[in-house]
Design a binder for this molecule. Structure first.
Ligand SMILES: Nc1ncnc2c1ncn2[C@@H]1O[C@H](COP(=O)(O)OP(=O)(O)O)[C@@H](O)[C@H]1O
Ligand SMILES: [Mg+2]
Length: 243
């Protein structure tokens, strides 16, 4: 995808959370955002997803600008798949129903088509055995993989992952990361916020470092990890890579 952000700003209650975020990536499959907590990563993802309005600035995906008016955002949100840290699934529905619900209610599939599509994705990600289980009957890793399957099943043009493994133990983290890697290999475009630096390095085309509401630096993975230009990036990496 081509991604262009121009001077995006956002404040909550007078506190700037994003300040003049600009970037222009001509062709990126995997943009990974890293940075300290509270730096504005989730807010940036939510603005790109059309779940939050910027105070100023613009977002354009593949040269089409996101118009921040509710009637347009309803359409925009349908083109984006989002997966958050946890609590993604409806607890009273089975895995299968969690996937078919948005297909039917938001994307206009008939129940039969929604079921066929959901089963296809459950099979593809080796989750078919879990289709009749409710979230409480699944491990944390299985739940996140169902949430990812649901996000992908709507055939979005862009996937947004906000710390999808931060609530998981290492084994479950690995199975979710493997699934994200599979999506990358399939050529999906996504933006991923993560604290797993090893994974960021492995999967990212471009890494953006966000701190205190500013995009401190952005560049190819090797550049950010081997030769960061900014002192704050160096300090952050030294800290998170130490253990
Ligand atoms: N809906 C909101 N209302 C008020 N403050 C918010 C809201 N969402 C985020 N914030 C604040 O914005 C800042 C950035 O948050 P966030 O985007 O979640 O950062 P990150 O994801 O990098 O940890 C934090 O100080 C947070 O408390
Ligand atoms: Mg966050």
């Amino acid at each position: 995808m081509k991604l262009e952000l121009q001077k995006l700003s956002k404040s909550f209650n007078g506190h700037p959370v994003l300040q003049d975020i600009s970037l222009r990536l001509e062709k990126v499959h995997t943009l990974v955002l890293i940075g300290p907590s509270g730096g504005g990563k989730s807010t940036l993802l939510r603005i790109i997803a059309g779940l939050e309005y910027p105070d100023a600035g613009t977002v354009a995906i593949d040269d089409s600008p996101v118009i921040y008016e509710e009637s347009n955002l309803i359409l925009h949100r349908r083109t984006i798949g989002t997966v958050f840290q946890a609590f993604n699934l409806f607890p009273h529905l089975t895995a299968l129903q969690n996937i078919t619900l948005p297909l039917e209610k938001v994307h206009g599939y008939t129940p039969a088509n929604a079921k066929a599509q959901a089963l296809e994705f459950l099979e593809r990600f080796k989750l078919a055995d879990h289709s009749h289980k409710k979230p409480a009957e699944l491990s944390g890793g299985q739940r996140q993989r169902i949430a990812i399957a649901r996000a992908v099943a709507v055939k979005p043009r862009l996937l947004l992952f906000d710390e999808p493994t931060s609530a998981l133990d290492p084994e479950m983290t690995a199975e979710v990361l493997e699934m994200i890697e599979q999506l990358r290999e399939e050529g999906r475009d996504f933006i991923l916020v993560t604290h797993q630096m090893g994974f960021a390095r492995q999967i990212g085309d471009q890494i953006g470092f966000l701190a205190e509401g500013r995009l401190i630096e952005i560049g190819p993975v090797a550049q950010i990890f081997e030769h960061p230009l900014q002192g704050t990036t160096k300090q952050f990496l030294a800290k998170v890579l130490k253990y």
